[in-house]
Write a protein that binds this ligand. Structure first.
Ligand code: 15L
Length: 260
């Protein structure tokens, strides 16, 4: 499959470029910054908030699918978040329609439901409950995907990613970790599942302490293999662990809320 990856120089992009290539896909990267070392496929220095520039990339690449990772990965002003996550998603969806591209995999986030209190089990049908403007933008981008799936029949998989890290670093991460290899598995399944329509899944590994539903991922063929538990005895407890465990969004559900 020919895949266009946005935000391809970011932390997830750097893992996905070789990961998808190793699995036989042709990968074109797009980012504001130069290609990471080792990527010798096509590359576009483009701002995804610019619909004309995005369209030109589609004209050049003619991808079969899009993986949209670009965006501010943390809390910022509402205007910055909406531009970075929602305007970019709209530009990509319009370019997809113009070029008959039927599949987008979106790097959504657990922060779309980050203010949901801790429970036994978090389903993908939990109501939108963002913890920050970052989370609001993720909810809004998911809503755009749903709109375009319903109106135009696009397949759009929103992966509400947990904590994408080489290895878990905190007690919260023992529940929320997404390993590098599982991330590649998740994105490939989301790109290739037959006709998922609009689909939301939680992007975490098969963590023994997981409380976010893994079934929506399994329904489309994402079968996580890693478990954060193997690091449990190396993770020191900290006073903030209890507060971080109280909501889905951990520290984002606490004080780090941008209000100018
Ligand atoms: C995210 O969506 C953020 O981009 C990342 O910085 C982490 O905070 C992660 O979620 C998480 O919840 O651990």
């Amino acid at each position: 499959m020919k895949v266009l990856v946005t935000g391809a120089a970011g932390s997830i992009g750097r893992v996905l470029l070789p990961g998808l290539t190793d699995r036989g896909h042709q990968v074109a990267g797009l980012d504001l910054v130069p290609a990471p070392e080792g990527h010798d496929g096509p590359w576009h220095n483009v701002d995804c908030t610019d619909p004309d520039a995005v369209l030109a990339v589609f004209e050049a690449e003619r991808p079969d699918g899009v993986v949209h990772l670009a965006g501010i990965p943390e809390e910022a002003s509402l205007a910055a978040e909406l531009g970075s996550h929602v305007v970019t998603t709209a530009a990509l969806l319009e370019a997809m329609l113009a070029h008959g591209v039927g599949r987008i995999v979106y790097a959504s986030s657990n922060h779309a439901v980050g203010r949901t209190p801790r429970s036994e089990h978090l389903g993908a049908d939990a109501r939108p409950r963002p913890d920050t403007f970052y989370g609001v933008a993720k909810v809004s981008a998911e809503a755009l995907l749903s709109l375009y799936a319903d109106r135009f029949g696009l397949d759009a998989v929103a992966c509400r990613i947990g904590s994408f890290l080489e290895q878990p670093e905190t007690v919260r991460n023992l529940s929320t970790w997404l390993s590098h290899d599982d991330c590649v598995r998740m994105v490939e399944a989301s790109l290739t599942a037959p006709a998922p329509g609009f689909h939301v899944l939680y992007g975490i590994s098969a963590n023994s302490r997981a409380w976010w539903d893994l079934e929506p991922g399994r329904e489309i063929g994402y079968d996580p293999q890693d478990d954060a538990e193997q690091w449990a005895d190396r993770i020191a407890t900290r006073p903030e662990d209890e507060a971080e465990g109280a909501h889905v969004g951990g520290p984002f559900a606490g004080p780090q809320f941008h209000r100018s």
